[in-house]
Design a protein around this ligand. Structure first.
Ligand SMILES: Cc1ncc(COP(=O)(O)O)c(C=O)c1O
Length: 384
């Protein structure tokens, strides 16, 4: 058996009714929203099948199974000690972040984010009644991105209500290092700025990098709260389950102030699937990471051969490639060209904030054949 995970044939993928497969006409190949094309992990499929067979479709139980499963996963994968009692189920990461910001910010307060970054960050902050303060990522001479610690220091000095960290960072695929996170925590403590750490991509750190949970950084517990989910790695976004994790009495108090109904909105299927993924999903996840590592290498080769004008820094995490297409036009011109001429859909860079102009984001969580077809379509679009 190949170590790579199989992907169903395109005709079968097109029968899916999720956002990735129903946003564009059937002649468009979508490599957009962060859904995976691989089949479900067997332990996840099994628990969902069993739930359907027993008509186990009620509310998600408010017990400790999610916290215990997450604690086991966090200890095995990252050496992070999580107290199951500090884990609160949420319907998704977005709800977790918005509820945290509602408790932290008064109307009109600033919340700092670092573009280019996951587009809903720009929606979640106003949803919580706050306003965006941008401290963009810094460009690094290696072609990648880093947290801009001096810019964050200046932003924190203005007294914002919170910083929303993306750890690892979507769309650039940066896995922040222990030193960078320690420096961030120091700034947060000096200026009294709480950090909300979105760690949804943590299980997707690829060979060559290692994930540091923010709450494992010395001094972080008093100033930081993490929001995690199995949904990106195990393709469970539609099932609605995530978790807020705290590590100090002060931050636990924030969660106690959440609307009492928030945790009841967690999907029962989501919680069942998440517990199965965290408990029995390691072998499948290891195969996924090996597959994504191969896809990342394949994409590098295909870009060099077929799209020499497109530049990129291979991501350290996620199945998302952040491609510099500025040579093909300004703003979202390249994305429009790929869609109109190549019938290939990618995420437009400007959705990730102003520094995304000239970029597209490509989802390589798919088969070698589809990635080959996608880059062929992109090359044909450029050739005209
Ligand atoms: C950084 C980041 N946070 C959150 C989400 C969405 O999470 P949820 O659907 O649980 O709100 C995504 C989805 O791709 C993401 O990339």
């Amino acid at each position: 058996m190949s170590v790579e995970l199989p992907v169903p044939p395109l005709a079968e993928l097109r029968r899916r009714r999720s956002a990735k497969w129903r946003t564009y006409p059937p002649d468009v190949l979508p490599l957009t929203v962060a859904e995976l094309d691989f089949g479900l992990a067997p332990p996840v499929a099994e628990v969902l099948r069993e739930a359907v067979e027993t008509s186990d479709t009620g509310y998600s139980a408010q017990d400790s199974t999610l916290g215990t499963a997450l604690a086991g996963f966090a200890a095995r994968r990252w050496g992070w000690t999580v107290d199951p009692g500090t884990v609160t189920a949420m319907p998704d990461v977005g709800v977790g972040v918005v509820e945290l910001l509602r408790t932290l910010a008064r109307p009109g307060d600033a919340v700092v984010v670092s573009p280019p970054v996951y587009p809903p960050f720009f929606d979640w902050v106003p949803e919580a009644g706050a306003r965006i303060h941008e401290a963009p990522l810094a460009r690094h001479p290696d072609g990648g991105y880093r947290l801009d610690l001096p810019a964050l220091g200046r932003a924190f000095a203005t007294g914002p209500a919170a910083y929303v960290l993306c750890n690892p960072h979507n769309p650039v695929g940066r896995v922040h290092t222990p030193d960078e996170l320690a420096a961030l925590v120091r700034l947060a403590r000096i200026h009294g700025v709480p950090i909300v750490s979105d760690e949804i991509h943590a299980p997707l750190v690829l060979p060559g990098a290692a994930f540091t949970p923010l709450l494992s950084v010395p001094g972080a517990a008093e100033v930081a709260v993490s929001v995690v989910s199995a949904s990106k790695a195990f393709n469970l976004a539609g099932l609605k389950c995530a978790a807020v994790v705290t590590a100090s009495p002060g931050t636990a108090e924030l969660v106690r102030r959440f609307p009492p109904d928030a945790r009841w909105r967690t999907g029962h299927f989501g919680a069942l699937a998440t517990v199965a993924a965290y408990t029995d999903g390691d072998p499948w996840l290891d195969r996924l990471l090996a597959t994504l590592d191969a896809r990342r290498a394949q994409l590098g080769k295909l870009l060099a051969e077929r799209l020499p004008g497109v530049r990129w820094q291979p991501p350290e995490a996620t199945y998302l490639a952040w491609l510099d297409c500025a040579a093909l036009g300004e703003g979202d011109a390249a994305r429009e060209l790929f869609l109109a001429r190549g019938r290939i859909a990618l995420e437009p860079g400007t959705r990730f904030g102003a520094p995304g102009a000239g970029y597209v984001r490509l989802n390589f969580g798919t088969s070698a054949e589809i990635l080959d077809e996608a880059t062929a379509r992109m090359a044909a679009a450029v050739a005209g």
